[in-house]
Design a protein around this ligand. Structure first.
Ligand SMILES: [Zn+2]
Length: 373
């Protein structure tokens, strides 16, 4: 009789390296930076946005409340627009008769959906750089966790070649996909790395924490059952109606996603940048706590392509609380200005700066070995 070997993928108590990935890590694959998003929405360059109901309403709102000039490339900051919307939401106030409080909430969700749409535009092809990133980890040191501030899924898509034989992705919170009940049967494909996994002959898998503290394009949140469904391959959004779209396999027929348990429409689970940010989303709160534990117990923290935005007060607070003077901290960035240095020195005075891009880092095996050992 064949013997089924089950294995617990235990984490060692301390992490050797925790990577913190910012926009600079996904940008080489064509994911737009935050400062490009509003120009993309407002300049008229993307027809689907201009012609969609969601796009029209968001553009009209920004036109009525901000002044900008497309010809001169002068646009408001994304965090200022979200800050303005969040003010009314937090105060529970209306802006005027045209924009009562409920309408403000709708505009905010629409703007998030536009961001979702834009970030997803370039992410269908596999990323060569993230592939090399994983390869570097596999070759040098698997005791690594990743905290990412990016919504895109390039990092996970590039994990494909590790799956089963070398590792499993641990998103660090409960997914509906793990529940072995009838309505969720067709989503049971995702393996929970915190339960024993079947170990095939010759395979020696580890679990890798990917902590997406600003959410992800492939997470769909139901605010009725408060659960999240992972749809690894379906990230598309219908801008006319604001619905999430899925595709049947193998016929590729399009359908709308709804919560399989209660039929409620899903919400996006991405945290947009904002000067007035509420972090009450239960999944995000949980991920920030997990990130805090990883940072506290790590020997080395490596920031890659992250500019410490002024809107990321929660990220500053996270590191300020958990970093101790003995921790080795490396900052990899192509724009090491005094302003950037000061933002990092505010977190710790023992920091090593390296003038490198994410591409340069992952394509150089020696650099990867130095970083990981
Ligand atoms: Zn539900």
């Amino acid at each position: 009789m064949a013997e089924t070997k089950l294995k617990f993928l235990n984490y060692s108590p301390n992490r050797d390296v925790v990577f913190v990935l910012g926009a600079g890590a996904s940008h080489p694959d064509g994911v737009p930076l935050q400062k490009h998003i509003l120009p993309m929405i407002l300049s008229g360059g993307i027809k689907e946005i201009q012609e969609s109901e969601i796009g029209k309403q968001v553009i009209e709102f920004i036109k009525s409340n901000f002044v900008y000039n497309s010809k001169r490339h002068q646009y408001p900051q994304l965090e200022a627009v979200f800050g303005f919307l969040d003010y009314f939401i937090q105060q529970n106030e209306s802006l005027n008769s045209k924009y009562p409080n409920f309408k403000i909430r709708t505009i905010k969700e629409y703007l998030i959906k536009l961001i979702h749409y834009i970030v997803n535009l370039q992410t269908d092809k596999p990323s060569k750089y993230y592939h090399l990133f994983w390869k570097g980890i596999l070759d040098n040191n698997k005791n690594v966790s990743i905290i990412t501030l990016n919504y895109d899924t390039l990092l996970e898509q590039a994990f494909d070649f590790l799956f089963k034989k070398y590792g499993y992705i641990d998103y660090c919170f409960h997914l509906m996909n793990y529940d072995k009940i009838k309505p969720l049967k067709r989503f049971n494909f995702w393996i929970n790395p915190r339960e024993p996994v079947v170990r095939e002959n010759g395979y020696d898998p580890s679990a890798f924490k990917i902590i997406k503290v600003h959410g992800s394009l492939n997470w769909k949140y139901c605010n009725c059952c408060n659960q999240t469904l992972l749809t690894p391959w379906d990230r598309k959004i219908d801008l006319q109606r604001g619905k999430f779209l899925g595709y049947t396999y193998p016929d590729k027929e399009e359908y709308e996603y709804r919560c399989p348990l209660d039929g409620t429409e899903f919400q996006t689970l991405i945290m947009p940048p904002s000067y007035v940010k509420s972090l009450n989303q239960p999944v995000i709160t949980q991920l920030l706590s997990e990130a805090a534990r990883e940072i506290r117990d790590a020997k080395k923290i490596i920031f890659v392509g992250y500019s410490v935005s002024d809107a990321d007060v929660h990220i500053k607070a996270l590191f300020k609380k958990q970093l101790n003077p003995n921790k080795e901290i490396i900052v990899i960035n192509t724009k090491i200005s005094d302003a950037l240095k000061n933002k990092y020195y505010a977190l710790s005075d023992k920091i090593e700066f390296k003038n490198l891009s994410f591409e340069e880092m992952v394509t150089n095996p020696k650099i990867m070995t130095d970083l990981l050992t």
